[in-house]
Design a protein around this ligand. Sequence first.
Ligand SMILES: Cc1cc2nc3c(=O)[nH]c(=O)nc-3n(C[C@H](O)[C@H](O)[C@H](O)COP(=O)(O)OP(=O)(O)OC[C@H]3O[C@@H](n4cnc5c(N)ncnc54)[C@H](O)[C@@H]3O)c2cc1C
Length: 380
Amino acid sequence: MSEGFDLAIAGGGLAGLSLAILMRQAGFSVCLLEQKRYPFHRVCGEYIAMESWPFLQRLGIDLEPLKLPRITRLLVSDPRGRNLERPLQPGGFGISRYTLDQLLARQAQELGVVLREQTPVRAIVPTADGMQLSVGVGSHAEEISARVACGAFGKLASLDRQLRPAALPARSGVPTFVGFKYHLRTRFASDLIALHNFAGGYCGLSRVEDDVVCCCYLVSQQAFERVGGQRERLEAEVLAQNPYLKSIWQHAEFVFDKPQAIAQVHFAPRSQVQQGVILLGDAAGLIPPLCGNGMSMAFYSAKLLAPLLQARLQGQLSHAELTARYTRQWQRAFSTRLRAGRLLQHCFGQPLLIQGLLSGLRPLPALADRLIGLTHGEAF
Ligand SMILES: Cc1cc2nc3c(=O)[nH]c(=O)nc-3n(C[C@H](O)[C@H](O)[C@H](O)COP(=O)(O)OP(=O)(O)OC[C@H]3O[C@@H](n4cnc5c(N)ncnc54)[C@H](O)[C@@H]3O)c2cc1C
């Protein structure tokens, strides 16, 4: 068994990396375990709500030199291309996950976080004086001990099988989605995020750094199965019915040979603590991507959790008090936007519902803006 840490975090996405940085900034020893190696691409729309900007600065991430696109307009189209456009206030910015996660990982290492890449966490179990993590595989397998363990392992992870098997989509029967992400070179306004619907899903487009456009779509498992699970067929026969998407697929230069892909995405409510492990980011609750707020929620959950963990590690809170306070604060911060997100998710990808929603909102711009506002939070 290796030395013990104050905190061990399973998963080095935005939630895990930002929590690791906050806890190191406060002087605690942190081990962060990530199954992949940075930098790497992920399925994500790569639009970050402006509310996260000050938080990233406090983590020590200086985004100014990157001259990132500032996004202040939203265009939503139905599958036939009829659209609604609204200003986004305060809007967001575009940055690839390849770049952002790498910046955060470097910052964590510079501050002294023990960052173990290519090290999957296989199990987390409570011990008499903390938590024990079984990590790595084969000859790299080892045990790590920590006073507290957090799970920041994202939307769907093998760790869910250990920590909450009953909530797996295959067992709970919740509808699931498949996601794909491309990077494109094409003409596309730098201040715009577009959400184009098609039967069974929707596709988001917005700019990131280096003149690249991120193109990311989510499709229901059912709609994907209707085309035999063939992505090319889905794009040619279903996405292309929306004239905006048809034009993108006809004219854009695709940067990757193949898109990044993810399956088994679901939006059913999740628990924030499981078997003594405190969960954050998508592991604690996933907002539908059309809201463009999952990354900000990942950051904000780390911001909520860090002071509570510090109080716990300084002996000011019991584990039970820590988990009760975190769960309460998490629910207070996110339950409204999660409900609004699930409601919108229900309409998106349903041709009649989205047509009805857009026609209903066209003469009521204030209501449209209110709905958009419900999916976001205040700057933090
Ligand atoms: C199609 C789609 C589009 C989206 N678009 C947007 C958008 O435009 N804007 C927005 O704000 N949000 C968007 N989101 C949501 C956003 O991507 C997530 O909310 C955000 O990535 C959550 O961060 P996280 O740190 O919780 O998880 P992740 O970023 O998924 O990170 C989890 C990490 O844990 C690692 N991991 C998993 N299991 C283990 C293990 N056992 N051991 C070690 N490491 C492990 C993974 O490799 C990964 O690096 C989108 C989501 C989807 C599905």
